[in-house]
Design a protein around this ligand. Structure first.
Ligand SMILES: NC(=O)C1=CN([C@@H]2O[C@H](COP(=O)(O)OP(=O)(O)OC[C@H]3O[C@@H](n4cnc5c(N)ncnc54)[C@H](O)[C@@H]3O)[C@@H](O)[C@H]2O)C=CC1
Ligand SMILES: O=C(O)/C=C/C=C(\O)C(=O)O
Length: 484
């Protein structure tokens, strides 16, 4: 059986306790994961601290950048290994991971290497009473040891989205991958060694949240800052842990994202984009759409077309080229999503399609498969309309005016992302500016320029990462004032 080890101070380390890594596709155990003890987490944090003082801390930006390029190249060189590991853990189709997860894993190192090379600094001249003046300039230093707590939905993509900028800024990291998806974070340790990243810069500790590696990392006084993606309730717990020592947090959390489809949209593009935003990654994307609002004149046509699309999705093994939807991450998560499928009916929804468990071939029957599902007929007050489900499902509601739909889209505790579909340019700007979200796509979805700010409003998060915004979190910005 494959063993997934902790990666501490540049070496792979077993531990006394293991837990199973199950395939969401078949339910079979694919590996045993070594759960880091409190002492191992402490060793990882101490290694990360020591690395700050060692060769890593002494490197020039140019030297760091060369190594980050080598990490990106290392991922690309072993692309297929990352692909297989990621799909084994998540069950997602190869076609998705090949185009999104693995290339982004490499891009996250390359882009932040580029950014750190080119980052400008502020400079202010000032007058002084003696007439000689003074100058001020800002100077960035690493924040220190960064705790990186990751979810399971886009494991390599989201982990490297944090580790890339953290290392570019000269920090060291202790990564806690999700217990569901430990493989690619562990594999990345080999790439780090091959790329000449000194021991202790990148550490990986496996385990769970409470009373396990997640809690040990976030409560460790040697960790200077914590970045997290996952559920809002977990983010709140981590924020409390970070309060001890007044440590900064970057939190990217849940969403209940709306898509707004105006009657003047490019209909086919809106259907294609909404298909992706609802069903990609089996609906397990924090940016995904769970509430679709469609202007009344095209409502029936839209519901019919999305239904056709959902019913055309091919569920199957990740390596089957025909597959375009995988299973949910686990039986436990499927139980959660199915509880919302039942709740939708109890709350009075009309089930347009789906609503249950699909029939799968015998060899896949142990997987966490679920039907893509569409509802209509719920009031905006229904729990299904207000709580994050994180599955391949959406509710479609008609609307009659721009003001009405903006108010309904904004009527949410969350504020992560939105998609607006219209060919009216003025309306696109007007609506996008009024939506209470961190990211608004117009006539697209998940079109990502990594230099742009990324994060959520309201209960969807705190802070922005991406481009120079990541530098705000991963560096201390110091002002140096020199009297001339
Ligand atoms: N919006 C998003 O990006 C995501 C949302 N979710 C939602 O969250 C639900 C729960 O999924 P989980 O994987 O359990 O998400 P989670 O938020 O509980 O877990 C994310 C990470 O946090 C760690 N963690 C959990 N509790 C912790 C604690 N007390 N201290 C430190 N670390 C802790 C976990 O081990 C994991 O690495 C899902 O059903 C889904 O609805 C899950 C993944 C991503
Ligand atoms: O950075 C991205 O492109 C994607 C981010 C997605 C999430 O944060 C998520 O699904 O949790």
């Amino acid at each position: 059986m494959k063993q997934i080890l902790n990666f501490i101070n540049g070496t792979y380390q077993p531990s006394n306790r293991t837990f199973p890594d199950r395939s969401p596709v078949t339910g079979e155990i694919v590996a045993q994961v070594h759960e880091a003890s409190r002492e191992q987490v402490d060793a990882a944090v101490r290694a990360a601290r020591a690395a700050l003082e060692g060769p890593w801390g002494k490197m020039t930006v140019a030297e760091r950048v060369e190594r980050l390029y080598a990490v990106a190249a290392g991922i690309e060189k072993r692309f297929d290994e990352f692909l297989v590991a990621e799909c084994e853990d998540t069950g997602k189709p190869f076609s998705l991971a090949r185009h999104v997860d693995i290339p982004r894993g490499a891009a996250n190192f390359r882009i932040f290497a580029d950014i750190i090379k080119n980052v400008p600094t502020e400079f202010f001249e000032m007058a002084t009473p003696d007439g000689r003046g003074a100058i001020n300039y800002s100077y960035r230093t690493p924040v220190g040891v960064v705790g990186v707590i990751c979810p399971w939905n886009l494991p390599l993509l989201l982990m490297t989205w944090k580790v890339g900028p953290a290392l570019a800024c000269g920090n060291t990291v202790v990564v806690k991958p999700s217990e569901e998806t430990p493989q690619t974070a562990a594999l990345l340790g080999e790439i780090m060694n091959e790329a000449g990243i000194p021991p202790g810069v990148y550490n990986v500790v496996h385990g769970f949240g409470p009373d396990s590696a997640g809690e040990f990392v976030t409560t460790h006084p040697g960790v200077n800052a914590i970045t997290f993606t996952g559920e809002t309730r977990t983010g709140e717990i981590i924020m409390k842990a970070a309060a001890q020592g007044a440590r900064p947090v970057s939190l990217e959390m849940g969403g209940k994202n709306a898509a707004i489809v105006f009657a003047d949209c490019d209909f086919d593009a809106a259907i294609e984009g909404t298909m992706r935003s609802v069903f990609a990654n089996c609906g397990q994307v924090c940016l995904g759409t769970e509430r679709v609002y469609v202007e009344r004149p095209i409502f029936d046509r839209f519901v019919e077309a999305l239904k056709r699309g959902a019913e055309g999705l091919q569920l199957g093994r990740p390596d089957d080229p025909a597959t375009n939807m995988g299973p949910l991450i686990s039986q436990e998560h499927r139980e959660k999503v199915l509880s919302y499928y039942r709740l939708a009916v109890e709350e009075g929804a009309t089930v347009v399609t789906g609503g249950g468990i699909p029939e799968m071939p015998k060899e896949l029957a142990g997987g966490s498969w679920i039907q893509p599902t569409i509802w209509t007929g719920l009031p905006d007050t229904a729990r299904v309309m207000r709580e994050e489900i994180f599955g391949p499902c959406c509710h479609i509601a008609p609307f009659d005016s721009e003001e009405e739909v903006i108010a309904r889209a904004n009527d949410s505790d969350y504020g992560l992302a939105a998609a607006v579909w219209t060919t009216n340019l003025s309306r696109a700007h007007r609506v996008a500016q009024k939506l209470e979200v961190g990211i608004c796509w117009v006539n697209s979805w998940f079109l990502r320029d990594l230099r742009t700010p990324f994060g959520g409003a309201k209960r969807s998060g705190i802070g922005r990462e991406g481009g120079v915004h990541s530098l705000e979190f991963y560096t201390e910005l110091k002002n140096i004032c020199i009297k001339l």
